[in-house]
Design a protein around this ligand. Sequence first.
Ligand SMILES: Nc1ncnc2c1ncn2[C@@H]1O[C@H](COP(=O)(O)OP(=O)(O)O)[C@@H](O)[C@H]1O
Ligand SMILES: [Mg+2]
Length: 256
Amino acid sequence: MSDTLINIADLNVSFGDAHILRDVDLRLERGRTVGIVGESGSGKSTLAKAMVGTVKPSSGELWVAGLDVRSATRRELARYRRSVQMIPQDPFSSLSPRQTVGQTLAEAVDPRRARVAHHTDLIAHWLERVGLDADMIHRYPHEFSGGQRQRIALARGLIVEPELVIADEITSALDVSVQSQILDLLDEIRQSLGLTMAFISHNLAVVQRVSDDVMVLYQGQVVEAGPVAQIYSDPQHWYTRRLLAADPGSPTFSIG
Ligand SMILES: Nc1ncnc2c1ncn2[C@@H]1O[C@H](COP(=O)(O)OP(=O)(O)O)[C@@H](O)[C@H]1O
Ligand SMILES: [Mg+2]
């Protein structure tokens, strides 16, 4: 059995006349994290959507977790979408305001019945795993800060033990200090659980903190890819150098 979890080759995505992704290649081994970086509009979220099967490529190979996503049946895709969890950017709109944290997590575990009482121990475990208190299980999203909501979103993604986590700009809406705490948590969790992750950000410094490999997207094309240390110490492409030169300490609020 191969240890390759993502195998993408020559992937193209167009919206009408607009060519959004061009000949994208991406290979990721199990247990590793690839950082996907590029400025707003470079095609990062489109690539994420292609990986979960909600955007249809016009050509190329797209295999994730043993599934040929492009030719998968609806039934295969339904099961697949459980094993590939997308953590969304916006912690304010991604959680239902009318559901307690417990209900949200119970629904992730068992979408049909979602009985909190049946999964209390599991939910408590994951709340604590992301740095929250188990007794927060009965609270509503509005009772939490942005950073805490992003922890809840993370718990919701992890509680189903996915084969792949796709995190799309999950710290972009947060203050820098909160951003830093979430990145520390994510780095600790991915290492201890051996997660396989695609971590998307417009900020190269952010990507560096949680990635093994980096892929740089510019106008829908991969301009540079490799191990994180190599990209940071010896960037080959002018665009990577430009991203590196951007002040890593300064807060950026662009929505990518
Ligand atoms: N559904 C869509 N229809 C048409 N154009 C789209 C659609 N989604 C994204 N785009 C365009 O594709 C380009 C890449 O978008 P996106 O993948 O969201 O970039 P990023 O996540 O890197 O900011 C942008 O120019 C965007 O306007
Ligand atoms: Mg995006």
